[in-house]
Design a protein around this ligand. Structure first.
Ligand code: PGA
Ligand code: ZN
Length: 429
C-alpha cells in the first residue's frame, strides 16, 4: 500500500507563460511532481481549465482555484492508495461530479493524479512507464512520432487556417532515424520558405515554423516539397490537424484564401480537404469536422479504410463520447490528452476502450505544455502506438523527445514504427 500522506499545490507557468498548477504527491519519504498542461484550441467537452478571472495575471491566475480545492477537497484525498488510480478518480469526481470538472476545474485533478502515478513509481523504484503497463497489462513499445512542421490556426495567429501540418516518419526503423528525418523536413521547410521571401525565424506555440501564406494549399505544397528536398518522399508522410471546431460558426465553416473569406457547408468543408488526399502524401487527418458537427463526421466515415481519421475535440478523451464515435464508425483513432479527461484513470479508460475496438491511439501534449516528460512514459507504457508533442524545437517539446531517446538508448522497449498504423486497412504508404 502506498498511501498518499501529503499533497502540495502551487502556481507555476507553462510554455506560453500562462499560470498553471503544479502538484506534489508525497507517500511517506517519497514524492513526485506533475504540472497541468493547457490548450489554446480547447473543445467544449473537455475538462475545464478554470482560471480565477480576478486581477492577478490579468485574470489568468489559478491561485484561487487552488485555495478552494485545498480547503474543500484535498484533505479527503489523504490516505488513498496512490497506485489505485480508479479510487482517486472516484473521490475527485465525488467532489466535482460534472464531466468537465466545472466546480474546481480539471487542471488540479489531472496534476494530482499524474503526480500520484509518478510518486507510486518512485516508491516501487520503477520507471513510470512500467507502472502504466502493469495497470493496463500492456507490453511497452516506443511510439511512432507525429511531429509538427508548419503551424497555423490558434497556434500561429491564424497564419493559415490549418492548425498543424505534421510529418510522420512512417518508414523509419528506429526513433533515432525518425527524429532525424523530421528534423530534416523542418530544416528543408525553413529553407524553402526563406527562398520564397518569407521570414524563416518565426516559431509557433508548438515550435513549428509558420508564415502568413495565401492558403492552406500553399503551406501543404511547401511541406510536400520539403519532404522531397530532404530526399524522403515515400518515407515521410503528412498528418493534418485541421482543428475544424475553430473554423465553425454555428452552421457553416469559414476559410481564408488569397485574402478572401469563404463560407462552406459541412459537406463542402470535408470535400475540400478530402481532395487533398489525392494531391499531397496525407495519411492522417485530425478534427476534420467541428466537435458537434455530426454530419461532417459522418461524411468522413468512408475514408476510414484509407487514412487515419482522428477525433480530438470530438471525443475530448471522454469515454462515453468515444463509445458513440466507435458505434457510428465515423473515425478510427482517438487523440488522448490526459488533461481533457481530467484524471489519469479516465484517460487510460478511453485509451483502453479505443484499443479494445481496434482503434488507433495517439497520446498528445497540449499547445501550452511544460518541461515534464511523463507523457512519453504514458505512451510507451500503454503501447499507445503514436505520440504527438509538437515540433522538435522548444524545450517543452524536446524534453519529451529526449525521454523517448533515453528509453531507446537503454533498449527499454522496441520501436513500433509503421505497425502503429495497422488499424487502417488500405493505407497507401
Ligand atoms: P491545443 O492543440 O493544445 O491548443 O488544443 C493541440 C491539438 O489540437 O491537438
Ligand atoms: Zn487537435
Amino acid at each position: 500500500m502506498s498511501a498518499i500522506s501529503k499533497i502540495d499545490l502551487w502556481q507555476v507557468l507553462d510554455s506560453r507563460g500562462m499560470p498553471t498548477v503544479a502538484a506534489r504527491v508525497s507517500i511517506g519519504e517519497k514524492s513526485a511532481n506533475a504540472i497541468a498542461p493547457s490548450g489554446a484550441s480547447t473543445g467544449a467537452h473537455e475538462a475545464l481549465f478554470l482560471r480565477d478571472n480576478k486581477e492577478s495575471y490579468a485574470g489568468n491566475s489559478v491561485r484561487e482555484s487552488i485555495a478552494n480545492f485545498t480547503e474543500d477537497v484535498l484533505p479527503q484525498l489523504i490516505g488513498i492508495d496512490a497506485n489505485d488510480f480508479a479510487e482517486l478518480d472516484e473521490k475527485l469526481r465525488h467532489h466535482d461530479p460534472s464531466q468537465t470538472f466545472s466546480k474546481y476545474g480539471g487542471h488540479i485533478p489531472v496534476a494530482i493524479t499524474l503526480a500520484a502515478w509518478l510518486a507510486s513509481a518512485s516508491t516501487k523504484n520503477a520507471e513510470p512507464f512500467s507502472v502504466i503497463s502493469e495497470h493496463l497489462h500492456s507490453t511497452p513499445a516506443l511510439p511512432l512520432p507525429m511531429v509538427n512542421i508548419f503551424s497555423g490556426g490558434a497556434h500561429a495567429g491564424g497564419a493559415i487556417d490549418l492548425q498543424d501540418i505534421l510529418a510522420v516518419p512512417v518508414h523509419a526503423n528506429s526513433i533515432e532515424e525518425a527524429m532525424e528525418w523530421v528534423w530534416l523536413v523542418r530544416e528543408a521547410t525553413k529553407s524553402l520558405l526563406s527562398k520564397s521571401g518569407h521570414d524563416q525565424s518565426l516559431v509557433a506555440d508548438e515550435g513549428g515554423v509558420t508564415a502568413r501564406l495565401q492558403s492552406d494549399e500553399q503551406a501543404l505544397q511547401f511541406v510536400t516539397d520539403a519532404i522531397a528536398k530532404a530526399g524522403l518522399s515515400g518515407k515521410v508522410a503528412i498528418a493534418l490537424d485541421i482543428a475544424a471546431t475553430q473554423s465553425f460558426h454555428g452552421d457553416h465553416y469559414q476559410i481564408h484564401q488569397a485574402g478572401d473569406v469563404k463560407n462552406l457547408s459541412s459537406e463542402q468543408f470535408v470535400t475540400r480537404w478530402s481532395k487533398w488526399l489525392d494531391i499531397y502524401p496525407i495519411i492522417s487527418v485530425e478534427d476534420g469536422a467541428a466537435e458537434d458537427d455530426s454530419d461532417g463526421w459522418q461524411q468522413q466515415s468512408s475514408l476510414c479504410d484509407r487514412i487515419q481519421i482522428i477525433g480530438d475535440d470530438r471525443y475530448a478523451t471522454q469515454n462515453d463520447r468515444l463509445q458513440n464515435g466507435i458505434a457510428s464508425k465515423e473515425a478510427n483513432t482517438i487523440l488522448i490528452k490526459p488533461n481533457q479527461a481530467g484524471t489519469l484513470h479516465s484517460a487510460l479508460t478511453a485509451l483502453s476502450t479505443a484499443k479494445g475496438a481496434n482503434w488507433g491511439t495517439v497520446v498528445s501534449a497540449r499547445s501550452g505544455d511544460t518541461e515534464e516528460s511523463w507523457l512519453v512514459d504514458l505512451a510507451v507504457g500503454s503501447n499507445a502506438g503514436q505520440i504527438k508533442v509538437g515540433s522538435t524545437h522548444r524545450s517543452e517539446r524536446s524534453a519529451k523527445w529526449n525521454r523517448l531517446l533515453e528509453l531507446s538508448h537503454f533498449a527499454t522497449a522496441p520501436y513500433i514504427g509503421k505497425a502503429a498504423l495497422a488499424h487502417i486497412k488500405n493505407l497507401n504508404l
